[in-house]
Design a protein around this ligand. Structure first.
Ligand code: FMN
Length: 323
């Protein structure tokens, strides 16, 4: 039994498998689906702190969470300790998440140019100010999600500083910002960080199946695992990893129908929570067809379709043809 309970602040989660925050992916419906399949904690897509306090508060909060959506974390992105504090207070009051996370890892130019995401890692004093400001003002536990830095000592310094500022958890993606998504996640640095601090450390990067999950947990000694890209179009991955960590046994390969069944369940949830119109359905359908026999052909066809029902029909008929 390798699945452990992860505790963040006063919340003890049933396990330690987390869904990564992912922009344009981890909307409420997708998070609920992953939760049904065993994700123990899910995060919202990153929310811009300045936008939240200045412009789009109502729009940004709409459809973000629901009673069924528990436990969840909210991730904020920003670079001003004051704006982040103000935004976090709003989030705490209106949404009551288990944890408020600060994005210190996003390498996208549009984010780093504004001094946010991974750009923060170059300014340790601001990192400290942001975290300690949040910790002093909030009742909700605060966490940070970082990437590693070029030299291990720099990564350890940032980790120590985040702990010292009062964060109650730290997620580490084992790539530098410069790497973006190239190369592989450096589990050695994640392990060094885990050994350096006393707060729970969550390992992230390249966890894509049962073996990589087991290896990451064993090698790093981390308190939790966070799955990102491997869950896109494949929320069932949480069930697989969970089952494996609990029993040591792997589930049978997925039936071919799983992807469209999951996609249909996803569409139903998007409709139920009124967020279907706000997502790029065709793009998401592409993820759910990954690995299906003839998926290239299916994807080409999806591009010509407009509504959810015809996409589901296409996926169903493509699966039927294989039997
Ligand atoms: C489409 C996409 C959107 C992402 N959006 C966010 C985000 O909003 N906040 C964040 O901290 N990381 C974001 N990430 C990074 C992931 O959370 C994760 O750290 C990264 O994908 C590495 O994990 P993986 O190898 O399991 O995918 C995003 C990644 C992808 C692929």
């Amino acid at each position: 039994m390798k699945l452990k309970k992860l505790t963040i602040g006063s919340t003890e989660l049933p396990g330690n498998l987390l869904l990564a925050p992912m922009a344009d992916v981890t909307n409420l419906a997708f998070r609920l689906l992953c939760r049904q399949y065993g994700a123990d904690l899910t995060y919202t897509e990153m929310i811009n702190a300045d936008a939240l306090i200045n412009e789009n508060r109502k729009a940004l909060m709409k459809g973000l969470t629901d009673q069924e959506d528990w436990p969840f974390g909210v991730q904020l992105v920003g670079n001003s300790p004051e704006s982040l504090r103000e935004a976090a207070l709003l989030v705490e009051e209106e949404l009551r998440p288990v944890v408020i996370d600060v994005n210190m890892g996003c390498p996208a130019k549009c984010i780093t140019r504004a001094g946010c995401g991974s750009a923060l890692l170059k300014s340790p004093e601001i990192v400290h100010k942001i975290i300690s400001g949040l910790v002093d003002s909030l009742e909700t536990p605060v966490s940070a999600k970082v990437r590693i830095l070029g030299r291990e000592e720099e990564s350890l310094e940032i980790a120590r500083l985040i702990e010292d500022a009062g964060a109650l958890a730290l997620t580490v993606h084992g790539r530098t910002a410069e790497q973006m998504y190239s190369g592989s996640s450096d589990l050695g640095q994640i392990r060094a960080i885990k050994n350096e601090v006393s707060i729970p450390v969550i390992a992230n990067g390249d966890i894509r199946d049962e073996e990589s999950a087991e290896h990451a947990l064993e090698f790093t000694g981390c308190d939790g695992l966070m799955v990102g890209r491997a869950a896109m179009g494949n929320p069932f991955i949480f069930w697989r990893i969970r089952h494996y960590l609990e029993t040591g046994e792997k589930l049978e390969p997925d039936p071919r129908t799983r992807q469209f069944e999951d996609f249909e369940a996803y569409i139903n949830l998007l409709e139920e929570y009124g967020i279907l119109s706000s997502i790029n359905l065709r793009m998401q359908a592409q993820w759910f067809t990954k690995g299906l026999h003839g998926s290239r052909h299916i994807r080409e066809k999806i591009n010509g379709l407009k509504d959810a029902k015809s996409i589901i029909e296409l996926m169903k008929s493509s699966c039927r043809k294989e039997y």
